[in-house]
Design a protein. Sequence first.
Length: 119
Amino acid sequence: VQLVESGGGLVQPGGSLRLSCAASGLPFMRYTMTWHRQAPGKERELVADITSAGGSTNYTFSVKGRFTISRVDAKNTVYLQMNSLKPEDTAVYYCSAVGRGPYYGMDYWGKGTLVTVSS
């Protein structure tokens, strides 16, 4: 199983980035997909998640209205559109796949992509 994040980089405050996470080796449609982030010196936190078939999404309070999680099952890919970025959004962003039903407990993580918000 592989999860490969891309799309990170340096952006000015107020700018936008779109992160992608391409999954392989798992039944993507059967997994809830998440984005977490970890800022320097802080614990990893859940940013957003999306259930299989995109039936439900959830966001941490600090990103509501600014970030949008989506998925394209035909491409085995999950996205995180990040708008109105703030310096406090600076972190390594990780994609994860959370197994449900018969795949419960079979969870996977990507290696992360760095997002830096700075002028």
